[in-house]
Ligand binder design. Structure first.
Ligand code: PMP
Length: 306
């Protein structure tokens, strides 16, 4: 069963089974692909699908392609049209995950900058059960860093580091994982950023802590500051601070707001989902589903118009 009827490949919609890439492409041989993960939320009452912060994702896609020196010259308007087309063609009326990908196609060598292939795939994405809380461990794998494989760039190859940490955690019986930087500070999870509430203050590792500059992280900083009236601390975080947190959660386009119940078997707070985390999660869902008109500028409606 294909996950979707159609995928956008190099500017046209093709049936799922025809969305293929040759084995000899630099993307396959050397991991030279960059991508985004965008969420679409179906609001049944309004009969509308809202894409969350699509322009910000397309800006980051361009940044990733530039750093990796790919000849990516598509306008954001062109990619936005492709995203809308693929969602509409598949007639999704449920929550979805959209993946725009840009890769070095052709048969070039490791340093090839083109030709560029691009695609937009979308699949249904039901809510994760970890929305109700996850157990977490600190990995013995270190996070990649800005001077080797930059985590700020969302490149396919970066996820080898994520895979090592994620699989180790899973085999050790944890739901999820946090990685440390080269300097031993808290960085991020394998596909999500980290927040904690400590001494009543919301804290998140700063953007130089070997993290992806997460769009959800930026969103939650805004929402938390609105909700609490206090600035979110963006700073280096030590490992033992994790064991002293009143609340903790991961965040990302896929993870949304994922509460952490324990870290290295130390209970976070009471070992239940924290009160502020729960309120933030509710607020996040209200915003992304278009249940509130506040922050409507973050939403791109799919059906009708454009
Ligand atoms: N860190 C990593 C390593 C990720 O893969 C993701 C998911 N894109 C995030 C953080 C969260 O980023 P965003 O909120 O932009 O989805």
């Amino acid at each position: 069963m294909p996950e979707a009827k159609y995928i956008h490949m190099n500017g046209t919609l093709v049936p799922d089974a025809d969305a293929k890439v040759h084995i000899q492409t630099p993307a396959m041989k050397f991991g030279t692909g960059v991508f985004e993960g965008v969420r679409g939320y179906w609001n049944a009452k309004r009969e509308q699908m809202f894409l969350f912060r699509l322009p910000e994702h397309l800006t980051r896609l361009r940044f990733s392609a530039r750093v990796m020196r790919m000849e990516y010259d598509l306008t954001d308007e062109r990619v936005t049209d492709a995203v809308l087309e693929v969602v509409r063609a598949n007639e999704f009326r449920e929550d979805i995950h959209i993946r725009p990908t840009v890769w070095v196609d052709g048969t070039g060598d490791m340093l090839a900058t083109g030709p560029i292939g691009w695609s937009v795939a979308a699949v249904a994405r039901p809510r994760s059960k970890l929305t109700e809380g996850a157990t977490c461990t600190v990995s013995s794998w270190r996070r990649i860093n800005d001077n080797s494989i930059p985590p700020r760039v969302k490149a396919s190859g970066n996820y080898l580091n994520s895979r090592l940490a994620g699989q180790q955690a899973q085999l050790d019986g944890y739901d999820t994982v946090l990685m440390l930087t080269d300097q031993g500070r808290v960085s991020e999870s394998y596909g999500a950023c980290f927040f904690m509430i400590r001494n009543g203050r919301a804290v998140t590792p700063n953007v130089t802590s070997s993290i992806l500059e997460s769009i959800t992280r930026a969103t939650l900083i805004d929402l938390l500051e609105e909700m609490t009236g206090k600035p979110v601390e963006q700073r280096e975080v030590d490992r033992t601070e994790l064991y002293d947190a009143e609340e903790a959660f991961l965040c990302g386009s896929s993870y949304e707001v994922q509460p952490l119940l324990s870290i290295d078997r130390h209970e976070v707070g009471t070992g239940k989902v924290g009160a502020l985390t729960r309120r933030l999660q509710q607020r996040y869902f209200d915003v992304v589903y278009g249940e509130t008109n506040e922050h409507a500028a973050w939403l791109t409606p799919v059906y009708g118009g454009r």
